[in-house]
Design a protein around this ligand. Structure first.
Ligand code: AMP
Length: 401
C-alpha cells in the first residue's frame, strides 16, 4: 500500500511517500516560499540523495503539480499507483478520528477555520487542489485533534456559562496530536516498557508548541486549547494572555476582532517579545550577543514550558519520562537545560554533557540525556508526525476500501 502524506502551511508544502507494508519512506520533500519570489523544492529519495532546486509555485496548485511531476520522474509510474493521500488538518470539529474527505468533512473543516486561522485556509486549498488533480484517489483528512478526545471534562471545560460547553461544544481540543502520540510510543520503546503502564510528559516545542500529559497512552491534558493560541509562547502566537486584557486592548487601540486575531497569532510570541525573530536560533544568537529583549523572550519561553510541565507532573501524580521534541525541543540544549533547571528535587537531573551532545535524526531518533541520578528519564526524540498520519490514513482506507 502506497500512501502520500501532505502537510501544508500558508507558504509551504511538505510531502512524504510511504510504503505501508514496512513503513518505508520512499520519497520525501518540501516546497517553501509558495506564492513568493524564489520558491524552492528540496527532496530526498530512498537512496538518501538530497536535491534542492528552484520551483514554479505561485500557488498550492502549482506546488502540487511540481510534487506530482517529481514523483512521476522517480518512484511512481502513475499517480494511480497511490492507494491514498493523507492530508494534515488542524481541527477536526465533530470528527474525532481521521475521515475520508467528502463534502461534509470539507464543510466541517471550513467551520473550524476561525479557530485555526493561520493554517486551515492553506490546508483546505491544498485538499481541494489535490482532489482536482487526483479525483479517483482516496483522500483522507487526518486531524491534529484526534489524540486529545480522551481529555476528561474537568480538564477540557472552560469556566464560561454552561451553554458554551453543553450546546456549542467549546472545550480544550489540543493540537500536535500526531507528534505527542508518536513520541510517546518511541519513549515506551526506549524504556522497554508497555505504553499502557507509563506516565509521560511530552513537550512539542517548534514554531507551534504544546505540552501534553499522557497517562497510559491516553492524553489527559494539554496546554493548547480549542484554538491554536493558548498555552506556551510560540513563534508568533501569544500563548496564555489574561482573557480580561483582550477587550481592554481592543478598546484602547480601537482594534477590530480581525486585527486582534492577527496580533495574537502573527505579531506576538517570540517575535513580539524579542522584536528579533520568531526563529529560536536567531533569538538564542541575539541573546548571547547581549540583546535584552531576545534574552527575555528566551527566558519567558523556557519558563512557560517549565510551568506547564510542572502542572502536568501534578496532573499525572509523577511520571516515568519527560520528552523533548519539535524543532526547538530536538535541537536546543540551551532550552532543555533552562526548562529543567532547579527541578532535581522533583526527580529531573540532566546530564549536561549528554544534553550538549544529543543529536537526533531520522536514523537516530532517540537520545537519553538524563543523568544516572535522575529518577525521571529525560529523552530527546525526533518526531515523525507524517508516519503517524500515514497509519491513521491506513486505518481509514482499510475500513472503507
Ligand atoms: P518546527 O516548527 O518543529 O520545524 O521547529 C521550528 C523551530 O525550531 C524554529 O524556532 C527553529 O529556530 C527551531 N530550531 C531548529 N533548529 C534549532 C537549533 N539548532 N537550535 C535552536 N532552535 C532550533
Amino acid at each position: 500500500m502506497l500512501i502520500l502524506v501532505i502537510n501544508s502551511g500558508s507558504s509551504s508544502l511538505k510531502y512524504t511517500l510511504f510504503r505501508m507494508e514496512d513503513e518505508a519512506v520512499l520519497f520525501a520533500g518540501a516546497i517553501d516560499r509558495i506564492g513568493q519570489d524564489g520558491a524552492r523544492h528540496s527532496f530526498r529519495d530512498a537512496a538518501n540523495h538530497e536535491v534542492e532546486k528552484e520551483a514554479y509555485a505561485p500557488d498550492h496548485g502549482a506546488a502540487l503539480d511540481e510534487v506530482f511531476a517529481t514523483l512521476l520522474a522517480g518512484p511512481l509510474t502513475s499517480l494511480s499507483d497511490l492507494d491514498a493521500v493523507a492530508h494534515r488538518v488542524g481541527h477536526g470539529g465533530k470528527y474525532r478520528e481521521a475521515a475520508r474527505v467528502n463534502p461534509d468533512v470539507i464543510s466541517e473543516i471550513r467551520r473550524m477555520t476561525p479557530l485555526i486561522p493561520l493554517h486551515h485556509p492553506a490546508m483546505i486549498r491544498e485538499i481541494e487542489e489535490c482532489m482536482i488533480r487526483m479525483p479517483q484517489a482516496v483522500h483522507v483528512a487526518v486531524f491534529d485533534t484526534w489524540f486529545h478526545w480522551s481529555i476528561p471534562d474537568e480538564a477540557a471545560i472552560y469556566g464560561l456559562p454552561w451553554h458554551y460547553f453543553s450546546d456549542r461544544g467549546y472545550r480544550r481540543t489540543g493540537f500536535h496530536g500526531n507528534s505527542h502520540a508518536y513520541v510517546a510510543e518511541k519513549a515506551a520503546d526506549r524504556l522497554g516498557r508497555p505504553l499502557g503502564e507509563l506516565k509521560l510528559i511530552t513537550c512539542h516545542l517548534g514554531n507551534g508548541a504544546s505540552v501534553c500529559a499522557i497517562d497510559r497512552g491516553r492524553s489527559v491534558d494539554t496546554s493548547l486549547g480549542m484554538t491554536s493560541v493558548e498555552g506556551l509562547m510560540m513563534g508568533t502566537r501569544a500563548g496564555d494572555v489574561d482573557p480580561g486584557l483582550i477587550p481592554v486592548i481592543m478598546k484602547e487601540d480601537s482594534l477590530s476582532p480581525d486585527e486582534m486575531i492577527s496580533m495574537l497569532y502573527r505579531d506576538s510570541g517570540l517575535l513580539g517579545v524579542s522584536g528579533v525573530s520568531r526563529d529560536m536560533r536567531e533569538i538564542e544568537a541575539a541573546a548571547a550577543g547581549g540583546n535584552d529583549r531576545a534574552r527575555l523572550a528566551l527566558d519567558a519561553f523556557c519558563y512557560k514550558v517549565k510551568r506547564y510541565a510542572g502542572a502536568m507532573l501534578m496532573v499525572l501524580g509523577g511520571c516515568d519520562a519527560l520528552v523533548f521534541t519539535g524543532g526547538i525541543g530536538s535541537n536546543s540544549p540551551t532550552v532543555r537545560a533552562k526548562v529543567l533547571a532547579s527541578t532535581e528535587m522533583l526527580g529531573f537531573v540532566i546530564d549536561a554533557e549528554k544534553n550538549a551532545r544529543a543529536r537526533t535524526s531520522p536514523d537516530n531518533q532517540v537520545e537519553d540525556i538524563s543523568a544516572k541520578s535522575s529518577v525521571i528519564k529525560i529523552l530527546v526524540i525526533e518526531t515523525f508526525e507524517e508516519l503517524m498520519m500515514a497509519r491513521q490514513c491506513r486505518k481509514v482506507v482499510g475500513t472503507k476500501k
